[in-house]
Design a protein around this ligand. Structure first.
Ligand SMILES: Cc1cc2nc3c(=O)[nH]c(=O)nc-3n(C[C@H](O)[C@H](O)[C@H](O)COP(=O)(O)O)c2cc1C
Length: 195
């Protein structure tokens, strides 16, 4: 089996965002997995306008009206599986993330997606919403997720930079459980897409 390409998408583009800290931790742990090529995707590098295309993303069939969205599509097309690191904004997930999900379609199809979230209830509300959206994108949302509690969020936020991975120690088991669900499902879906 070829190397599995797994991307970590940061759901926040806000200045001073927290998301970089858990995303760095996820990248570090994922990169240790044999046969996995992990990459961090920053939506700041893909500043797409709010979706404004005449064609719906499904009808566009991989050819998008916006140059940055096309670059986003080419990037996502190469990826076999995803971990989205997301905050909770007003009990939902950030608009910038929804826009990035909405712009393209077939590039998401038949790929698994796991979630790492944070907030007052560990970002649980944004993850539940994202799971519903993932189904419509013909993705496979994973059951296991990482929910960083407010106490852990505060401790990680107050830790000196660069963040010592030890501050995530109590969450390692949850991330490892997510990864152990993600990898076999990424393999199976890659085989399905290639068949
Ligand atoms: C617009 C906005 C709305 C927020 N709403 C919530 C919320 O509903 N639930 C929650 O737990 N935290 C909420 N917060 C606090 C965020 O959890 C906290 O600011 C977090 O650091 C945001 O993630 P980021 O720094 O990666 O952007 C909100 C923050 C912002 C900026």
């Amino acid at each position: 089996m070829d190397t599995l390409k797994i991307a970590i998408i940061m759901g926040s583009t806000r200045e001073g965002r927290f998301s970089e800290r858990p995303a760095g931790w996820v990248l570090g742990r994922l990169s240790k997995q044999e046969g996995v090529e992990a990459e961090l995707l920053d939506l700041r590098d893909f500043p797409m306008p709010f979706y404004d295309s005449v064609a719906t993303p499904k009808a566009a069939k991989g050819v998008y009206s916006n140059e940055i969205a096309q670059k986003w599509a080419e990037k996502i097309k190469q990826v076999d599986g995803f971990i989205i690191v997301t905050p909770e904004y007003n009990h939902g997930y950030p608009a910038v993330l929804k826009n990035a999900l909405d712009w393209i379609y077939q590039e998401w199809n038949n790929k698994p997606v796991g979630f790492v979230a944070y907030g007052s209830v560990g970002g649980a509300r944004s993850v539940e919403q994202l799971r519903q959206v993932a189904v419509e994108l013909e993705m496979l949302p994973l059951r296991n997720g990482v929910h960083i509690s407010w106490d852990a969020y505060t401790a990680i936020k107050e830790a000196p930079q660069p963040v010592d991975p030890k501050v995530f120690e109590s969450l390692d088991w949850a991330l490892d459980t997510l990864i152990s669900e993600l990898i076999p499902k990424t393999k199976v879906l890659k085989t399905l897409r290639n068949s």
